[in-house]
Design a protein around this ligand. Structure first.
Ligand code: NAD
Length: 719
């Protein structure tokens, strides 16, 4: 027996176990399209009817198991009836797998997300490699798991764990997944040639076959009882409604407020479904919520964010260059940013030369990296030997001699222009003649850093955001002199690091800091005019700023977070843009000579010293400002600056601005995007508001000329 389909291949082994290999044609990862689901259905009915088949092992013939349902299909779904048909049929097929007398074992390597995890949960046993990654990212797309995930997971693992995974969209790695009971075995695997004829030789598939045979035998297999007693109690019928769901609901509400309905609907689906059989719950408790959400505008917006993220990540700027086996990357400066960047690069398998001026700075930097890696070990993302390997790949260095064969150097030294220029000069002496110099400067233009260089074409910007691991954006900055090769290599390294590498043109503040500065400046002016620090931050939080990071944050708390000195540097560098960014002398006062800079917040309370200081220094009138005006003053200048950036070609597409502000500045995804929201509200509306703010507060609000063309520029946005 060998059934062959477009995306699946099958092979019956001598022991009567049928290997079902998934290899989606035309895509680099397996996804559950309606076409793939049709094929799964045919296979399920085929193997069930075939008496020779005693059990099945489902495995991917690609690197990863299944990345989820096909996002493009979900995006296109506007017809509830069509969606209902697909989901109902999928429930029937998954139900057939679950109730099959023949064991279905799934062997998982790499990603097992969304619909892929739901398929795995319908199987009888789950074996994974230690590369396995599991999760339900659906809520991030404004929907809920819709192929039974909200029903099967809470029946398999403890209720609090299941609710956490379903409502957060977080991924878990293999060992934590094993501990929670999502999977049953973890196997260290050496990836071999993976075809339908060879995959059964890989260790994890060998184990999966053994498990299928054991499940087939009279003895069967027993799952380890893993759930601690307290967790079990929290799933008991009387307790769960009173305590577990209540707590989950209040945690979700605190995190997403009323901006994202999906996590709360997922909770409703789980709670209602637990009173029914799985099959009924899938159809009656889960599906109605899914159908409601899948056609919503919010879901379409969030999917657009996902798709533009993919577009940004998958550009082809040139042939691939980096090879961890061959290349060592240089990082200059072992401070806050350099150490994080070095740690992230070593995680990707590269050797790193980390250079600083003194042993003490190197020690501090290495200790910072060790602390981060230890956190990964504690979270069981990596094990101790892997942690040691990653650390051993980082070579602390005080000498340029180590950079003789380093093809790519990231500069993250102190924000002093002459120091950066000197470092570039030394790099040109020491590194190979074709090596690239990527500066992480946040306040100088790339052309300024490269001003004295002999080979300006080798200098490019790689502007990371702090904290490097959490912040997905990296601006890849090209000056007029940057070569295509330097740009392509910087882009590729950003991509390898798992970032969203957005190419932007050189200019003061690049893209994100330039737009964000308008918001920060206005926030400081509001305090100077007598508005309380709490009122400013609260209004911005309620607007949604930084909500997607899991920690809402207003502009003044953000200045505290990035450090007032850094903020002053960045704002000062924007002076050349004109008088609309005028605040730096005001915040400058927050850095007293020889003392630590002041912060807006002190031990969770407003810092009155700062309020007084700003008030004293401010020459303008004191005012009381309504929340509506306050938000307009914070947000509308960002829209204005974004249009100016488009006009100047810092980026070329409005969606690039929106993506950058989402990942780099915490603009909330539920609003669709900084410019998309303006397009929806009507460009003229924003322009009129800015004009009226200009009349009341001065020329800094005067809308730019680009507003005249904005309706056209933004017309590509679907309304
Ligand atoms: P930092 O002060 O923490 O670290 C700078 C390090 O550079 C220090 O350890 C210093 O000893 C070292 N250094 C100075 N001159 C050197 C040289 N010639 N060779 C090697 N090492 C040298 O600074 P940071 O916050 O890590 O910032 C580094 C760069 O990253 C700056 O350009 C900054 O603008 C940029 N940046 C910072 C942030 C942030 O939030 N801190 C965010 C984005 C970009």
């Amino acid at each position: 027996m060998e059934w062959t389909y477009r995306h699946f291949k099958t092979r019956l082994l001598d022991n009567d176990i049928c290997i079902v290999g998934f290899d989606y044609q035309g895509k680099s990862v397996n996804v559950l399209t309606s076409e793939a689901l049709e094929e799964i259905k045919a296979i399920v009915y085929g193997v069930t009817a075939d008496e020779r088949v005693k059990g099945m092992v489902l495995v991917s013939l690609k690197d990863s198991f299944i990345a989820g349902a096909d996002i493009n299909e979900i995006y296109e779904m506007t017809d509830i009836d069509g969606c209902k048909k697909l989901v109902t049929e999928t429930h029937t097929v998954f139900g057939e797998i679950e109730s099959s007398k023949k064991p279905w074992v799934v062997a998982i390597d790499g990603l097992c997300l969304g619909g892929g995890l739901e398929l795995a949960l319908a199987c009888h046993w789950r074996v994974a490699t230690d590369n396995g990654v599991f999760g339900f990212p659906e809520v991030k797309l404004g929907i809920i798991p819709g192929f039974g995930g909200t029903q099967r997971l809470p029946r398999l693992i403890s209720l609090p764990d299941a609710l956490d995974l379903i409502t957060s969209g977080r991924n878990v790695y293999a060992y934590p997944a094993l501990k929670r009971g999502i999977i049953d075995d973890v196997v260290t695997n050496q990836r071999g040639e993976r075809t339908i004829d060879t995959v059964d030789r890989e260790a994890f598939v060998v184990v999966a076959i053994e498990r299928a045979l054991a499940l087939r035998s009279q003895k069967g297999l027993k799952r380890n009882p893993r759930t601690p007693l307290l967790q079990k109690i929290l799933g008991w019928p009387g307790v769960r409604d009173l305590i577990t769901f209540k707590k989950a609901r209040s945690m979700v509400t605190a995190r997403v407020k009323n901006h994202y309905p999906a996590p709360l609907k997922a909770l409703d689906a789980v709670q209602a479904g637990l009173r029914m059989s799985v099959q009924r719950a899938c159809l009656e408790a889960e599906m109605p919520y899914l159908l409601e959400l899948v056609v919503s505008r919010l879901s379409k917006d969030l999917i657009e964010v996902f798709l533009s993220t993919q577009k940004t990540k998958n550009q082809n700027l040139g042939p691939s260059f980096f090879d961890p086996a061959k290349h060592t990357i240089g990082v200059l400066g072992a401070g806050l940013m350099g150490s994080q960047i070095a740690g992230e690069i070593s995680d990707k398998g590269f050797g790193v030369h980390l250079k600083d001026l003194e042993p003490k700075f190197l020690c501090d930097g290495m200790n910072r990296i060790i602390r981060m890696k230890k956190e990964d070990v504690a979270k069981r993302i990596i094990n101790k030997p892997e942690c040691e390997h990653r650390m051993l790949r980082i070579h602390p260095s005080l000498s340029w001699d180590d950079f003789k064969s380093t093809p790519f150097v990231i500069e993250a030294i102190k924000e002093v222009l002459s120091w950066k220029q000197k470092a570039l000069e030394e790099f040109e002496e020491a590194a190979p003649t074709d090596a690239i110099f990527a500066t992480n400067t946040s306040s100088f233009m790339i052309s300024e850093v490269a001003e004295k260089a002999r080979h300006k074409e080798r200098c490019v910007g790689m502007h990371f955001f702090n904290p490097v691991r959490k912040m997905q954006l990296v601006e890849i900055v090209r000056s007029d002199s940057t070569s295509a090769q330097a740009l392509a290599h910087a882009y590729e390294l950003g991509s390898i690091m798992g970032k969203v590498p957005l190419v932007v043109r050189d200019g003061p503040g690049f893209l994100v800091n330039r737009i964000l500065s308008r918001y920060l400046v206005e926030a400081v002016l509001l305090v100077a005019e007598g508005v309380s620090i709490a009122d400013v931050d609260k209004a911005a939080e309620n607007f949604g700023m930084a909500i997607d990071s899991g920690r809402s944050m207003g502009p003044l708390a953000l200045i505290d977070y990035i450090g007032v000195e850094t903020a002053v540097h960045v704002l000062s560098s924007l002076k050349k843009l004109g008088d609309r960014i005028v605040v730096h002398p005001l915040i400058g006062g927050m850095i007293p000579q020889g003392k630590r800079p002041l912060t807006f917040w002190k031990q969770g309370k407003e810092n009155d010293e700062v309020r007084k200081l700003l008030k004293e220094q401010y020459a303008g009138p004191q005012r009381s400002v309504s929340t509506e005006t306050l938000i307009k003053r914070l947000v509308l200048p960002m829209r204005d600056e974004a249009l100016r950036c488009l006009e100047e070609g810092i980026v070329t597409e409005p969606w690039q601005v929106d993506l950058a502000m989402l990942y780099g500045a915490g603009f909330p995804a539920f609003r669709g995007g900084l410019l998309k929201e303006m397009a929806r509200e009507g460009v003229d509306h924003t322009r009129a508001d800015l004009e009226s703010l200009a009349a009341d507060h001065g020329d800094r609000f005067q809308p730019c000329d680009s507003f005249k063309e904005a309706e056209n520029v933004l017309s590509a946005y679907k309304m």
